[in-house]
Design a protein around this ligand. Structure first.
Ligand SMILES: Nc1ncnc2c1ncn2[C@@H]1O[C@H](COP(=O)(O)OP(=O)(O)OP(=O)(O)O)[C@@H](O)[C@H]1O
Length: 947
């Protein structure tokens, strides 16, 4: 009978209300005519149904979406209608939660009531119906019973910030998980209703007690999540069963329809609804929808955080469970609400991916009930027997005795099992504690990393951690094995005790085996710390859930036992037996008295020879015999009654013991629930801190990347400058060599032409010209070399600074690296470096211009016009002498220059080596950064995977 049903999603767009029109709001939602598609801004979404705007009229919601659910309800399926949306978007209006019973306000709930009772009316000849309603609200993460008579006096809460009364007058309802995995509310009022009017009055009564307040957007805003539940049990009437399949003849179909009106989903700030904790429920609902809506996670069987809030626990069956569900996303078309509307639409879109698995809810206890009924009948027959004065045998009494002994035996077994469970529970608690200790250690380690411990130190501890992980995983496996053992033990016992084990258990076992095998797979893999932690948490949660389920099952069994004890109204029975014993006693006394009287009469008969007296005597003796046998009979009866009374007393004591055990199980359960709550809270905190940490690491990673890019670019620039300078230095050296060569040649020429005139003078002039050029060049080269020396010194400084930087980057801790002061210092250093580079470039530019000037001068000197300035030979000689002097001094300086050149070459070599070292460091840094980024990505991946 199982079939996967997607959650169907409808969007209801209400018209602009007068307040919005007054504010000049415009419609920002477009509905594609004839298509269930809405468009807002640049986003388009497709749903199962769209109402309002250009879509279908709103009144059609019931026929399209809800009527099929009513059909399903009558066929034994659970169903849910859930209204979601921001405040003032029309949830209450659409659901009709504030229906008072008069007329029809067009909402879904009045139509549901109408439809159910019309249908019941047509089926009443063939089917018996038992209908109950409950109405609860979730306010500040507590569940309250809106139909509880204590609450009748509660008035509406004025203003969203006023708290509702709590305490003894308004006790919160506890959520309990039934053995079959269903959720029940212990002690909630389930009012039996027979007519539509009765149902409506319950709804109106509950609505009056609901928490409402005034917000900026809705004067009558619901500040709590309300769930109106209609439970329906139906059974075919025996006389109408001819021809009906025997298997289903005794079926009792029990189904529930939840009508959910959630509180507004908007951000509290905008509406002024501060201090409300319904957000927690909505947030958890969003997480549940995300987890169920994500196909990948669903296929992988990821953890669905139902336990994060009361709302999600209560809607556990409606979302991804045994229910047919329709979600109605209510939106306002006003452009001022566009952002919230978009959020609602996204939320609703995700909900469409949720797959439910609705099954027909046949009462699993129907057969057991039948057995109990026959037991009651049998007991009643027994009672009749003892009330009457028939002489029937004591077979029934023997049967009763046998039953009591059976019950006592089963009770003993249960007690033993309970003891075992208690032991297991203690062991589990111990293990949970151990896990917590390990967790704390890991958290401390993370803290150490964050607080600046170097990677080397962490690496040093890595082996230890790995061992820790291994022991940890071993523990988990051990725990899982034990759980399987306990579960199999429990199921075999249950089989023996009550013969009522579901097929579901096998399914559970299979799924658990799967879980364990996946756990083993996992343990064999070498995952990172976060993954381990998340898995550990979900395994622990699942284990605790299983524990809780087991306890619930146990509790149910005990309660059923208890019911069996109490079903045959023991006090009445006891009173009857006691009365009977007294009656028998009285009767016995009366008979005894009669016997005594007869004996006296017998003794008074004086003459035994008298025939009359003889006859009378015989008559008396006969009567005496009869009476004595009657007394004996009565005595027997009295003994039997007394035995029965003792038996009853024993069973009363057994019931008392059972009651105590129930109490103990209950308190254990409460403890377990608290433990689960604590565990999930701790995990939530851990997760939040991890997320924060990852966020910081990401930020740091980005900063590192930026720094790296900057340093790399700088390094590249420096390399280029260095290369250029090296080339220039090589060029200069070459040019210097050429100059030296030409100077040598000119001196040779000068010495060979020293004795002649004419051409000799010309040669001298040529020499002078050469000398001049040489001088100019020498000057230029000198200045150039001076610049070079300066530049190289600067470069050397830069290189050593860069090296320092690299050292800092390599060894400094992440935290220091990201402190603002440190970043500022780095920035200023980089800025200084850049300035220096700029200065070097400008020097080079200046040098280039100087060079071009020198070349220009050279050109001028080599031109004809220069000869006009050398008027006489004397001048020329004078100049020549001067030049000779200059040449000799320049020769010396050239030698110096050569030495300098060699020195510079050595320096250049040094510099090149440093550059190589620097590049190595840069590569190392890049590798470290890549590793860091990989780690961050990995962590982000895992966190998003577990979210
Ligand atoms: N389809 C509709 N047609 C006309 N008016 C509507 C419609 N839906 C809602 N309204 C009006 O909008 C206002 C807000 O509606 P309602 O109280 O149902 O919102 P809500 O979503 O339940 O708000 P809250 O979350 O604050 O309880 C009411 O005045 C209601 O009459």
């Amino acid at each position: 009978m199982e079939s996967p049903d997607s959650v169907r999603v409808a969007v209801n767009i209400r018209p602009l209300i007068s307040a919005e029109l007054l504010h000049g709001c415009t419609d920002c939602i477009t509905v594609l005519p004839g298509e269930p598609q809405v468009q807002i801004e640049s986003h388009a979404f497709t749903y199962d149904y769209v109402y309002g705007g250009a879509g279908s009229p709103s009144f059609a919601i019931y026929d399209d979406c809800v009527a099929p659910l009513i059909d399903a309800l009558f066929h034994g399926y659970n169903a849910t209608v859930l209204a979601y949306g921001q405040t003032g978007s029309g949830k209450t209006y659409t659901m009709g939660t504030n229906y008072t019973g008069e007329g029809s306000n067009g909402g879904i709930i009045p139509k549901v009531m109408d439809s159910i009772f019309r249908r019941v009316e047509t089926m009443k000849h063939s089917t018996e119906f038992l209908m109950r309603v409950s109405f609860i609200e979730i306010f500040k993460e507590e569940v309250f019973d809106l139909l509880d008579s204590h609450q009748a006096s509660l008035s509406k809460v004025e203003g969203a910030s006023l708290p509702k009364p709590t305490g003894p007058g308004r006790p919160p309802i506890q959520i309990r998980e039934a053995g079959n995995g269903g959720i029940t509310l212990s002690g909630v009022t389930e009012a039996e209703v027979r007519t539509k009017e009765e149902m409506a009055s319950n709804l109106a009564r509950g609505s009056l007690s609901r928490a409402t307040g005034s917000t900026n957007m809705n004067s009558q805003s619901s500040r709590s999540h309300a769930i109106f539940t209609i439970s329906m049990e139906q059974k075919k009437i025996a006389s109408c069963l001819s021809g009906v399949n025997d298997d289903t003849a005794d079926d009792i179909l029990c189904a529930k329809l939840h009508l959910v009106d959630l509180a507004g989903s908007e951000r509290a700030k905008r509406t002024g609804a501060n201090g409300m904790r319904f957000k927690e429920g909505l947030l958890a609902l969003g997480n549940v929808i995300s987890a169920l809506g994500d196909e990948k996670k669903r296929k992988e069987g990821g953890h669905v955080p139902y336990r994060d809030s009361k709302l999600t626990r209560l809607l556990q069956d409606s979302l991804g469970g045994n229910s047919k569900t329709v979600m109605i996303a209510c939106v306002s078309p006003a452009d001022t609400n566009a952002e919230e509307t978009l959020n609602t639409l996204k939320y609703a879109n995700r909900a469409r991916n949720i797959q439910n698995k609705a099954v027909v809810n046949r009462d699993p206890m129907a057969s057991q009930l039948q057995a109990m009924r026959s037991q009651i009948e049998q007991l009643q027959a027994e009672l009749l027997f003892y009330r009457g004065d028939g002489n029937a045998s004591f077979d029934e009494l023997q049967i009763l005795k046998h039953k009591v002994s059976l019950l006592e035996a089963s009770n003993g077994e249960l007690r033993q099992e309970l003891q075992e469970r208690r032991l297991t529970s203690e062991q589990l608690a111990q293990r949970a504690l151990d896990a917590q200790v390990e967790k704390d250690k890991l958290v401390t380690k993370i803290e150490l990393v964050r607080n600046g411990k170097s990677w080397d130190e962490i690496d040093f501890n890595q082996n230890q951690d790995f061992d820790l992980m291994k022991t940890y995983l071993l523990k988990i496996q051990e725990l899982e094995g034990e759980l399987i053992r306990v579960k199999s033990l429990s199921s075999s016992k249950c089989k023996r005790i009550s013969d009522c084990i579901d097929e579901d258990e096998d399914e559970d076992e299979t799924s658990k085996d799967l879980l364990f095998s996946s756990g083993n797979d996992y343990s064999s893999s070498d995952e990172i710390e976060d993954n381990e932690k998340e898995l550990e948490h979900s395994t622990l949660q699942e284990k605790l859930d299983l524990e809780l389920m087991e306890l619930d099952k146990r509790l149910e069994q005990k309660e059923a036992e208890m019911k069996r004890f109490t079903s045959s109204d023991t006090s009445v029975l006891r009173q009857h037996y006691e009365k009977k014993v007294i009656e028998l006693e009285l009767e016995k006394k009366a008979l005894q008295k009669e016997i005594d009287q007869l004996r006296q009469n017998l003794a008074n008969i004086s003459s035994p020879s008298d025939v009359g007296a003889q006859k009378l005597r015989e008559e008396y003796l006969h009567k005496l015999n009869v009476l004595e046998s009657q007394v004996a009979e009565l005595k027997k009866k009295q003994d039997a009654q007394a035995q029965l009374l003792r038996q009853k007393q024993r069973s009363d004591e057994a019931a008392k013991r059972l009651q105590e055990e129930i109490q103990r199980i209950k308190s254990e359960k409460v403890q377990l629930q608290q433990k689960i709550k604590q565990e999930s809270e701790q995990f939530r905190l851990w997760k939040a801190s991890r997320e924060k940490e990852v966020h910081q690491l990401k930020k740091e990673g980005r900063r590192n990347e930026y720094e790296m890019h900057k340093l790399l670019a700088q390094n590249q620039r420096q390399k280029m400058v260095l290369q250029r300078k090296t080339e220039e230095a090589a060029m200069d050296t070459k040019r210097l060599k050429e100059l030296l060569e030409s100077r040598k040649a000119s001196s040779r020429e000068a010495s060979s032409a020293g004795n002649g005139n004419g051409p000799g003078v010309q040669a001298i002039l040529q020499t002078v010209e050469h000398e001049l050029e040489v001088t100019v060049r020498v000057h230029e080269v000198r200045s150039e070399y001076e610049h070079q020396v300066e530049e190289r010194a600067k470069m050397a400084r830069e290189v050593s600074r860069l090296k320092e930087e690299s050292e800092i980057l390599k060894h400094s801790e992440l935290r220091d690296y990201h402190e603002t002061m440190s970043a500022e210092a780095r920035n200023s250093r980089i800025f200084a470096l850049e300035n220096m580079l700029a200065a070097t470039s400008s020097t080079l530019v200046a040098m280039a211009s100087q060079l071009s000037e020198a070349e220009e001068r050279e050109r001028t000197f080599s031109g004809r016009g220069r000869w006009n300035h050398v008027r006489s030979l004397g001048d020329a000689r004078h100049i020549m002498n001067h030049l000779f002097n200059l040449a000799s001094s320049s020769r010396c300086s050239l030698r110096d220059k050569e030495v300098h050149c060699r020195e510079k070459d050595a320096e250049m070599k040094d510099l090149n080596e440093k550059v190589v070292v620097l590049s190595g460091l840069t590569r190392q840094l890049a590798a470290e950064k890549a590793a860091l980024t990989r780690e961050v990505k990995l962590k982000v991946g895992f966190i998003s995977y577990w979210c």
